[in-house]
Structures are given as C-alpha cells and as structure tokens.
Design a protein around this ligand. Sequence first.
Ligand code: DLL
Length: 454
Amino acid sequence: MELESAFHPASTPDYLPPVRMRELQLDRLRAVVRRAYGNVPLFRERLDARGLGPEDIRSLGDLRRLPFTTKADLRDTYPFGLFASPIEEVVRLHASSGTTGKPIVVAYTAQDLEVWTSVMVRALAACGLTHGDIVQNAYGYGLFTGGLGAHYGVESLGATVIPVSGGNTDRQIMVMKDFRVTAICCTPSYFIHLLERAGELGVNVRELPLRVGIFGAEPWTESMRRHIEIEGGIQAFDIYGLSEIIGPGVAVECSYHSGLHIFEDHFYPEIVDPETGGVLPDGEEGELVLTTLSKQAMPMIRYRTRDITSLAPEPCPCGRTVRRIGRIGRRSDDMMIVRGINVFPSQIEAALLAVEGTLPHYQIILTRQKGLDAIEVQVEITPELFSDKVGAMESLHGRLSYALEQTLGLRVDVTLAAARSIRRSEGKAQRVIDRRNLGEGRHENPSTVALPRK
Ligand code: DLL
C-alpha cells in the first residue's frame, strides 16, 4: 500500500475520481478481509458460520454480506482478542473508557500510525492550516486518542504543535496569548470554558491571533458554533473520529462547513437502519458503520459506531471528491426514553440555545418521582439576566419551558442557573445525569433558581 509522503493537497486521495476511489477501496477491502480472516478467530468463526470466505468479496456491494462488529465484541475479547498483528508488531496502544466496566483497547502498528498521521494532516489542511500555524493542542494526551492523534498530524504538516494537553485553564490562556497561537484543537465545550475564563482574566480572545478551532470528540450544534465563532473571533471546524477506527481524523469539515469529508480510502462508510441493520441509501439518516480499509493491528469490519448521520454523495464545492457525512448530533444509544417519549440531548441543546439569554452550558437530570420519570434541565443564563429582576427571569423561564415542551412534546422542569455554576469538563462534557435507578430526588445546584411552573 502506498502512503502519501510529502504533503501536496491536490495529490491526496481526497481528490481522486470516484471510479478510481472505488477500485482502491475494493483492493484494500479484499486485503483487510483476508487479514482479519487469517488472524482474528472471532471474525473467522463468524464467516465460517455463514459459509463465507475472503474470496467471496468480489465487489464493494459484497461487504453487506459480512457480519457487523460491535463494542460488545471488543469488550468480550478484552484486552487483545481482536488484534490481527502479533504484539511484537504493535507499537502503540490506546484505550477508550466506556460508560461501564473495562475500557476497550485499540492497537496500532508503525504503518497504522503513519496512516493516522496522514489522515490527520489531510484533516488539518482541510481546516486551512499550513506549516505557518502555531497550534495549541488541548485534547488530552494519554490513553485518549485526541492528544497524540492531533499532535503527530500537526508536526507532520510542518506546523508548530504546543502539546499543552487538557486542563489548567489559566495556563492555556497564557499560552494562547504569549505563544501567539493561531489554531486550537480541543472539545467545543472546553473551548467555551476557555473563552469564559479568558473574559474573567481580562483577555479578549477576539483580539488574539487565534483564527481557527478544530473541535470534536463530542456532539455540538450550529448554535454552539455561532457562539464560538462570535465570541472567539475564529472559524470553527468539526472533526470526527473514534478510537475503534483510528481516533480523530476519520472525517472533517472543509471551509464550506457543509458536512464532514470522510477519508474513504481508509474508512469505508455505510449507513444502516439501527433496528434492522439493513443498508440505507445515500441521503437517508441512520447509524454509521465503518470498515477500516488499511488497518493492520486491529482491522474493524463493519463496525457499528452508534453515531447517527447520513451520507452525501454529491460533490462539494471545495473540489474534494471524498463523500461527506452529516454532522453527528446524536448516537443511537444516547436516546433517553422519558415517559415513553424519545428524547435526545441534541434536541434539548438546540431548543435551549435558540432562546436569547441562555449560555451554552446545561445539564439534563433524569429522576423518578412517585414512579414517574421526571426531566429537569438546568441551563446557565447571562449574568445580566440572572439578577433580582424577577420579571425578566420569569419571562425567560416561561420561554424556555415553552420551547422545550414544543420540541420534546413533554413537560420539562427548567432551572435557571447562574453563569459558571454547572460543572465544566476539560474533555468531553457530561450532559446527562440519569438518577432514575438511584431512587434520588431532585438534583441540587446551590446556584440555581427554580421558578414555579406556569
Ligand atoms: O473522541 C476521537 C476524537 C478525538 C475525535 C478528538 C475528534 C477529536 P472516542 O473517545 O473513542 O474517540 O469517542 C468516539 O465520540 O463515536 C462519537 O459518538 C463522539 N464524537 C467524536 N467526534 C465527534 C464529533 C474520540 N465531531 C465517539 N461530533 C464517537 C459528534 C463526536 N460526536
């Protein structure tokens, strides 16, 4: 397999004619299926059980005959059971902490790391970065893939990386200012926190050289983007990825901000119906299923990401020919069922931020009261509104309750919170606290004001 060496955007597979891309994908798919069949017992057993072998992959369409791989498979074979390379050839391990129990472990050969770096270079270039940029990398370094993934991409692009990692917010602001940072990589929620703290320290980020933010690892809405772009005076790009597939760098926005280009020469996307597993046509929304086309240490065949999106096959005005996926606002497993109604955190975020006076910090608390589910949404409001002007607060409370009820079809207990009273995260924000099985009552935040329901 040939890898891109020196970086020339136009010579990357981002611009391959689709026919050539499909040929490349088929060649790589056949090789990766052979590799998984030869080296991963679980995969071989599943294929044998269906009477299938690697030779049955004759077209890209044959992919759908293969079984899915799920997070449960990774857990069941913890830690190294899905590796297709002997440990002697594995040069790096990362791990992703799940919500329950053991983490999942992912492995890379030296070539896998080169591929990862190459897709990160293409991603950073799509966000307009060049060797002249000074990049503050505030994704966490460690077992999380964000830090090291972005790090090697920035270096390989020839830009300057500042490996500051997550946390220590005051130092981040000093670095941003003193090192004349032009681009930042972190979660969108952490960047909003940085902006706030900068304001408190009397630093106006809009006046700094910072011009680009590359945000991912968690869902964020268009309203959040607007807030970030206005408050930070930057252009905000969405980057997507997951540990099981490689880490950050699976897909990224270009300057048109209309979906994320997926690096299809390494990650083959399908959209399936989350219930039936049937493949859906382009344009339809469903669960993203990814097959790694070049991974050696841990190939993933038809991995169920749980992320909900759609595939846009039409060409992008930027000239890249690789297809785009829509922004990922929700996962099939982040759906809450409240009194029988399906609720996604992204719906709540969109409804809250559409109301003037709210800040992009909120938390959703689920409880069970007298056997019935109750949903409370705490949202921070601007300091000007959070005052003793009861009338203004009541009116905002009314507007928020109405907006949420209209969106969700459910009555929501809205609590207005003072700015900065909801706990901040240095990485992925935790939006939902589900206390329904704990038998607890209402969540108390001392800086909140609960107004009576209208
Ligand atoms: O979050 C990798 C990453 C690091 C991506 C830095 C982007 C930037 P995991 O910890 O394994 O890996 O979490 C993967 O996070 O399945 C999505 O549900 C969510 N996610 C990642 N990027 C986005 C995004 C990293 N841009 C899981 N928008 C994925 C929405 C995202 N959700």
